[in-house]
Write a protein that binds this ligand. Structure first.
Ligand code: PRP
Ligand code: URA
Length: 258
């Protein structure tokens, strides 16, 4: 254990589980500590201090489904279903801060105070693969409206190329959840956040299923105000910008294009 990590381990003592994951990057000790939130179960685990701003949702159901998702033998239909189900589970964790407004509810017996979402969030999938996450979140939040950002990575430079942008009105006043299963170099996500901010968005959250440390660092460096929720934090990128161990090309696997 590096000396720099000792105070943190000391601080959390036996109250929490600490897992250390060596990423092989000595400049920041490559350590990630997963620990539970103060008043929650162990389902949400926050990464500190190497990757601030990134929450790994490590619920057993998420981990079970992620293993199926990664499997190269998983067929397109099951892959689609898993992406959708994982998006639902991720959204449950990522929406904990949504504002509520008081309402009065009439039960069959009497009236009682209740609450509703103050403003339903706006979902913005990055095309193509982000589309696979929309229905799973709308199952939880049927009132959520949906914008779209079309981006693809240039094969050689890996830089994102934007080809479509349309968001609903209210982008400046609603919570916006940006969706893409893959956070690799972080170029696409950072570019999409910049475009959304340009059109007025202020409260943004990024949801993905697999993140590479490189992508988390880049998105956080360019947009430190945007929390990142991921179902898995993987080891690294290969020389072609693919996440290892990853799950391959998410768009191709979702839509059967390869
Ligand atoms: C994939 C993925 C992300 C992007 C991530 O899309 O869905 O949008 O790559 O890579 P990055 O973090 O390095 O930018 P892709 O460019 O393959 O487009 P597609 O979904 O249309 O196939
Ligand atoms: N996009 C994908 O679909 N997969 C990766 O591993 C990286 C970028």
């Amino acid at each position: 254990m590096p000396a720099a990590a000792a105070p943190l381990v000391q601080e959390v003592r036996e109250r929490v589980l600490v897992f250390a994951l060596v990423l092989g990057e000595t400049e920041d000790h490559g350590l990630i500590f997963f620990h539970a939130g103060e008043d929650t179960s162990f389902s949400t685990m926050t990464t500190t201090p190497a990757l601030p701003g990134c929450t790994v949702v490590a619920h057993p159901l998420v981990r079970h489904k992620m293993a199926l998702l990664r499997d190269r033998a998983t067929p397109t239909k099951l892959f689609q279903e898993l992406v959708s189900e994982l998006a639902t589970l991720l959204a449950y964790e990522a929406t904990q801060q949504l504002a509520l407004a008081p309402i009065e509810v009439t039960t069959p017996l009497e009236t009682t105070p209740g609450e509703r979402l103050a403003t339903p969030p706006i979902l913005v999938p990055i095309l193509r693969a982000g589309l696979g996450m929309v229905d799973g979140i709308r199952a939880l939040i049927p009132d959520a409206r949906v914008g779209h950002i079309g981006l693809y990575r240039d094969h050689d430079s890996l830089a994102p190329v934007e080809y479509y942008f349309k968001v609903p009105p209210g982008i400046a006043t609603h919570d916006v959840f940006l969706l893409d299963p893959m956070l690799a170099t972080g170029g696409s996500a950072a570019n999409a956040v910049t475009a959304l901010k340009r059109s007025g968005a202020t409260r943004l959250t990024f949801l993905c299923l697999v993140a590479a440390p490189e992508g988390v660092r880049r998105l956080h460096a360019e947009h430190p105000d945007v929390p990142i929720f991921t179902a898995a934090l993987d080891r690294e990128l290969n020389t072609h910008g693919y996440i290892l161990p990853g799950l391959g090309d998410a768009g191709d696997r979702l839509f059967g294009t390869k």
